[in-house]
Design a protein around this ligand. Structure first.
Ligand code: 3PG
Length: 209
């Protein structure tokens, strides 16, 4: 049974930063900078080999954050995350091999969908929370409104192409429980620019009602 992912995020801003670290040790300064700007949800992607190690570092540090892994594309990723213990794992798409491994290992999944057929596959696995990806390419606001017709009880986290200018339009939709984006990730000379990350995070959370 999929947990209520919206409830997991209820004590933080409904903004999930999509984080790609080249060095695992960058993650704690990034997480602290985001928290200072009011964002305590993290999606640490497995796009780099540093991703898993970064997730482990956050876990070990015992930060007061909602810890998710992103870009989970293979069953072996799920195995690694089950060992570490994350709040949930985000996938760019929905595949039975990853879903079934996650169910078997007790890892909560927020799977990506881009079509009604993928939503229907998710329904067969009792899923109610999905990521819409890549949101701006597959129809954005119009797509989410359209999905609300046949699937009124489902909730989405649109990600891909969101930014400071448009994220509130997405969050105002009744079937959107959070949004994801990478726009507040700032690096300079290969190092995280923590004051800029805090500024960008605070700029976003400051716009929330
Ligand atoms: C991703 O998985 O790449 C996220 O959707 C981030 O997209 P963005 O870089 O367009 O915010």
């Amino acid at each position: 049974m999929q947990t209520d992912i919206a409830a997991l995020l209820s004590n933080t801003a409904p903004i999930l930063p999509v984080i790609k670290v080249e060095k695992a040790e960058h993650i704690l300064p990034i997480a602290n900078a985001l928290a200072e700007g009011g964002i305590k949800g993290l999606e640490i992607t497995l796009r780099t080999t540093a991703g898993i190690k970064a997730i482990e570092l956050v876990k070990k540090a015992g930060l007061d954050v909602v810890l998710s892994a992103g870009t989970v594309t293979r069953p072996e990723h799920v195995d690694a995350l089950a060992d570490i213990g994350v709040d949930f794992a985000v996938t760019p798409g929905l595949t039975p091999d990853v879903l079934e491994r996650a169910q078997r290992k007790g890892v909560q999944l927020l799977p990506g969908i881009a079509t009604p057929s993928e939503v229907m596959t998710g329904l067969a696995y009792d899923l109610r929370f999905f990521k819409l990806f890549p949101a701006s390419i597959v129809g954005g606001i119009g797509m989410l409104k359209a999905l609300g017709g046949p699937f009124p009880d489902l909730k989405f986290c649109p990600t891909g192409g969101l930014n400071l200018e448009n994220f509130r339009d997405y969050l105002s939709l009744p079937n959107v429980f959070c949004i994801g984006g990478s726009w507040m990730m700032a690096f300079q000379g290969g190092e995280p620019d923590t004051s800029e990350i805090t500024r960008l995070a605070a700029e976003a959370t400051g716009l929330l009602g």
